[in-house]
Design a protein around this ligand. Structure first.
Ligand code: ADP
Length: 210
């Protein structure tokens, strides 16, 4: 398995370096009957992807890393802050009815709930709102803090966390999204972003396409 699809020339270069490395770009170009300038983009790609390493005055050599090792290394370089999106937040006193309207207008699957000081107090998922709607309650007068999942049972992440760790948490906890939070000096949590399954899917695709 490979993290990126190599083209024919890149495969040839890899083969040459495997057999002859360390080898200079000039020497690789000679073997392929190409100019050094023609090879430069391919060498850059192979080096960036981690297949080759370049040492000044020595040349290129093969790192021996497999596609899976490189994929793992690259996954561990993706942080929450690169993929987080804007959080949609409602106050704990708003009605279930208004929360449903907000969910449609903002086109999100999860709302984060804050108190009067903008600190995180709960989470509302689509099913939380559906569940509240099948009862006989009056939705316009039922506040969301009655039905939300509340602190301290909220799974959160921070902007400098690894995205792969958040992905594991989504699976373990069987949830669709987590708020990105910043801890205040009092230990309260401010919501600064959100990570959803969609963000993680985007990162997954970018990993292959980059
Ligand atoms: P849905 O229930 O609409 O499929 P989820 O799977 O995200 O959406 O939510 C399942 C349950 O977990 C809901 O009751 C929801 O309130 C709760 N929940 C969602 N996100 C979190 C979170 N980050 N931390 C704790 N509980 C959460």
């Amino acid at each position: 398995m490979r993290t990126i699809e190599l083209n024919k020339r890149q495969d040839q270069i890899l083969q040459i370096v495997k057999e002859n490395g360390p080898i200079t770009g000039e020497q690789i170009a000679e073997q392929l009957n190409l100019t050094r300038a023609t090879l430069r983009p391919d060498l850059a790609i192979l080096t960036m992807a981690g297949y080759l390493d370049a040492r000044p005055r020595v040349g290129y050599f093969y790192t021996g890393k497999t596609g899976t090792q490189l994929l793992t290394e690259n996954l561990k370089k993706i942080y929450v802050k690169e993929y987080q999106s804007i959080p949609v937040v409602v106050n704990e006193s708003v009605s279930v009815y208004d929360a449903i309207v907000t969910m449609f207008l903002e086109d999100v699957g999860t709302l984060f709930v804050t108190d009067g000081n903008s600190h995180l107090v709960g989470v509302l998922s689509r099913k939380d709102l559906l569940r509240a709607s099948i009862g006989k309650q009056e939705l316009t007068s039922l506040p969301v803090n009655i039905i939300m999942t509340r602190m301290p049972n909220i799974t959160t992440c921070e902007k400098d966390d690894l995205l792969i760790d958040v992905a594991k948490n989504l699976i373990d906890k069987q949830i669709d999204s987590v708020p990105v939070v910043r801890k205040t000096s009092n230990g309260d949590l401010e919501v600064t972003g959100r990570i959803t399954k969609t963000n993680i899917t985007k990162a997954f695709v970018a990993l292959v396409e980059d």
